[in-house]
Structure formats: structure tokens, C-alpha cells
Design a protein around this ligand. Structure first.
Ligand SMILES: [Zn+2]
Ligand SMILES: [Zn+2]
Length: 277
């Protein structure tokens, strides 16, 4: 269970809100071991909410307490810890996602998957007062539109480019503010164990994604990932690309458990299915 310090300063007893740069607010869920991060990215006229977390708490009320701007929801992908609050915005905001992830967003998340996701070993503190895992529901949501690589979102004084970053899953989206040198890397890049072992992961696509992101590194000032510490250094991209290449070329894993190989590197790890070897 969380000590007092960890619970201090949480909004609704669940979210930690940190403004990392002007117009860049991280909404973290620190009591769950995924420590998933959604981001509110504001321009002068609009804001983008990148991902909607785990479905605990009133994310919509939190977002409206942080900005008066009209909000567009961008779902990086439809894994359960990223779409939890999407239904709260349905009918009010545009909800955009890559076409390859749309069906999973429409399906929502089953109570059984939610229960497994919130089992006690994943939690370092209680759900908000009066809530149990049975109160967490992630109903399906109909996207209002689609995003693919190369599209842009004009927020007024800030333009976000949509980058397709498949590998972790098909149709994963990242966002780039090229003028400011900021990359929201979602589940493609973070300083922790990279999940390339998911049923829909593709190591070759992951390598191509990291090739493209590593080429951006010299122009980046900061990377804001969906898990682990934030921000992280753009200098992490080249070694991460090299690591994926080594794994794809048959590097011996440092450990193997339950059909999942773990490859350890300096500051991160790569998980792949042993059957990929
Ligand atoms: Zn994911
Ligand atoms: Zn994730």
C-alpha cells in the first residue's frame, strides 16, 4: 500500500497532474504499476487529450478543470490502460484513433480483463474512496474520426504531426510538435520494459518505427512517453533502435519466463515472445 507521501497531492485520490512545459500537462496514474500517463497538450485555440487512462476517476472533470479550450481526444491505441476514460468524452468531443485500432476501441474492455488489470499486485495504493474494481467500467466507444501518419492537428500556435509508430501494436500513434522539438512517444518508447511481446506486436515494424524516431532525435528537446519517467532524453532513441535490431537478429535473452524473453539494456528492456526467436 502507498505510504502517505505517495498519496499526497493526488487529484480525486488517483491522478497526479504535473505541468511539464507550457501547455504540456501530464496526467499520471501513479498507484497502478503501469504508471500510465495521458497528456493534455494545449495550443491557443484547442487542446488535445492524448489517451484517456485506466477508467478510474472522472478524467473529464479533471481535464475541464485544467483547460477552458475545446478538447480533441486522440487515442494512441486501444490497449485497456489507455482508453479507460474515452467513454466519458463520447458525444462531447471528437475521439480520434488509427483505423487499425478502431474495432478494439468500439469493443471496450471486458470486466474480466479489468479485474485482472487491477489485481492487488498491480496496485500500490487503494482505488479512490468508496470505489472497488467492480466500479471500473470501460465501455466501447465509437470513434468520431481516424488519424494516420502525416496528418496534422492545428491547436492554434501549436501544430501536432501524427506519426504512425507500429511495433508494440498495429496502428500505434505518436505525436510530434516539430517546432518545439517535442515527441509524445506513447507506447513506442519509454524508459522501461518495451512490450514487443503482445499478441499484436511486430518486431520488424518496431525496428522501422525506432529507425524513424531515432532519425528525429537531433531535432528533439524532450520525449514524453506513456509509461515510466517523463520526460526522457532523445539520446535514448539510438540505443533503443540498436537494441531492437540486436533482438531481431537473434540476441540471446537475459531471461525467459512463461514464453516471454527479456532482453536487458542500459535504462530499458525489450520483451518478446520466445517463439519470435
Ligand atoms: Zn499498449
Ligand atoms: Zn501502455
Amino acid at each position: 500500500m502507498a505510504d502517505g507521501a505517495e498519496r499526497d497531492g493526488l487529484v480525486q485520490g488517483w491522478f497526479r497532474v504535473v505541468e511539464l512545459a507550457p501547455g504540456v500537462t501530464c496526467i499520471e496514474e501513479p498507484l497502478h504499476d503501469e504508471r500510465v500517463k495521458s497528456y493534455l497538450i494545449a495550443g491557443q485555440e484547442r487542446a488535445v487529450l492524448l489517451d484517456t487512462g485506466m477508467g478510474v476517476g472522472d478524467l473529464k472533470a479533471l481535464v475541464h478543470s485544467l483547460t477552458d479550450l475545446p478538447v480533441t481526444v486522440v487515442q494512441s491505441h486501444a490497449h485497456f490502460d489507455h482508453i479507460g476514460g474515452a467513454h466519458q468524452f463520447a458525444g462531447e468531443c471528437d475521439i480520434l484513433i488509427h483505423p487499425a485500432q478502431a474495432e478494439a476501441l468500439r469493443r471496450g474492455v471486458t470486466p474480466d480483463r479489468i479485474r485482472r488489470g487491477f489485481s492487488p499486485e498491480h496496485l500500490s495504493g487503494p482505488l479512490p474512496a468508496g470505489k472497488t474494481v467492480d466500479d471500473v467500467t470501460i465501455p466501447g466507444v465509437e470513434p468520431t474520426g481516424f488519424l494516420t501518419g502525416g496528418q496534422t492537428l492545428d491547436l492554434g500556435g501549436r501544430t501536432l504531426e501524427v506519426i504512425e509508430a507500429p511495433g508494440h501494436c498495429e496502428g500505434l500513434l505518436a505525436l510530434l510538435d516539430r517546432d518545439a522539438g517535442l515527441l509524445w512517444s506513447t507506447d513506442a518508447v519509454y524508459a522501461g520494459p518495451l512490450y514487443a511481446q503482445m499478441p499484436d506486436s511486430d518486431l520488424d515494424a518496431y525496428r522501422r518505427t525506432l529507425d524513424a524516431l531515432a532519425a528525429l532525435a537531433p531535432s528533439l528537446r524532450a520525449i514524453y512517453p506513456a509509461h515510466g519517467p517523463t520526460p526522457i532524453e532523445p539520446a535514448l532513441l539510438a540505443p533503443m533502435r540498436d537494441a531492437i535490431v540486436a533482438v531481431a537478429q537473434g540476441r540471446q535473452p537475459d531471461g525467459s519466463d512463461n514464453g516471454i524473453d527479456r532482453h536487458e539494456f542500459d535504462g530499458f528492456a525489450v520483451l518478446v515472445r520466445s517463439a519470435m526467436r
